[in-house]
Design a protein around this ligand. Structure first.
Ligand SMILES: [Zn+2]
Length: 299
């Protein structure tokens, strides 16, 4: 195997891309620790929601990592009408990540320690929106089916984008805080990333091979701090002719909320509705759902 890029850093809050040119496949790997803690610390969520949001943040980084440019954005939104979790949102822009969940406390407590995706969402939908740097939007919506959000994302790629895709996500709470990691691998039928796809075959021999190799990765490997992301790629694909790895965007917790942002939104409401929002001192308090900051507006 020829390695065309050397990466030596330890992978803490890191995103890495890789290409397997001989198999027409590309992938992303991510590890989240401090960023994950920062997003989670803005909320005080019970364990099942923390686990769910951790998985969603990994997926947001893996899919957001497919985009190029500072202005490109990936939004992942899971939604239901009557579910215990009503809304889960994660977004990713140039490595800046944020997320929150809206759920029913009492019903969640009745589900026990480890509820599955269906118990949490009931009949729900997952919307994935890619917004490119030139403001083109691609949105796909798939039912929230399968055992995990990762499986629902795989369905999105195969159904909405005709891209055979394998995704693995691992998340664990330990002494050093919560850590989460994941890998996405997909087959590009034409060979090179960025060119138009000519046809799609889920049974393409190259894809079948790569899916077996990639699918053999364990949760322990994904989370093992002694193993760099590059080392994992090497373990999985060392029999390939070539693997190219590339460092992805620097990851951070980022929220774009500001008083000016909320003033713009509140200013769109009619005056009588704004008056109903006011507290006793005449100001309007707005909470950012993502980072739990409160903005007191004098508008
Ligand atoms: Zn915010």
């Amino acid at each position: 195997m020829a390695k065309t890029t050397e990466l030596t850093e330890t992978y803490s809050d890191a995103l890495m891309g890789f290409i397997l040119p001989g198999r027409s496949a590309r992938g992303r790997m991510v590890r989240l620790d401090d960023v994950l803690e920062q997003v989670l610390s803005a909320h005080d969520y019970p364990a099942p929601i923390t686990h769910l949001l951790s998985e969603a943040l990994v997926l947001g980084a893996l899919m957001g990592g497919l985009l190029k440019g500072e202005e490109a954005q990936l939004t992942l939104q899971a939604q239901t009408q009557g579910g215990v979790v009503k809304l889960l949102v994660v977004d990713f822009r140039a490595g800046a990540m944020r997320g929150y969940a809206d759920f029913d406390d009492e019903r969640l407590a009745s589900l026990g320690a480890n509820p599955g995706l269906t118990a949490l969402f009931g009949e729900g939908y997952l919307g994935i929106t890619f917004e490119t740097e030139v403001k083109q939007r691609y949105q796909g919506i798939v039912p929230l089916e399968g055992d995990s959000l990762a499986e629902a994302c795989e369905n999105y790629f195969s159904q909405s984008e005709q891209l055979p895709t394998l995704i693995r996500v691992a998340s664990r709470a330990g002494a050093g805080g919560r850590k989460a990691a994941g890998m996405l691998v997909q087959h590009l039928a034409d060979g090179e990333e960025g060119r138009e796809r000519l046809h799609v075959r889920l049974d393409h021999p190259d894809w079948e091979h790569i899916a077996v190799m990639a699918g053999s990765v364990s949760h322990n490997e994904l989370l093992d701090p002694a193993l760099s992301l590059e080392a994992i790629a090497w373990r999985l694909f060392h029999e390939e002719d070539e693997i190219r790895v590339q460092k992805g965007a620097n990851l951070s917790r980022g929220c774009r909320c500001s008083a000016a942002h909320y003033e713009t939104i509140i200013a769109r409401f009619p005056a009588d509705e704004r008056d109903e929002m006011r507290g006793p001192d005449g100001t309007i308090a707005v909470d950012c759902a993502f980072c739990s900051r409160t903005f007191v507006l004098e508008i």
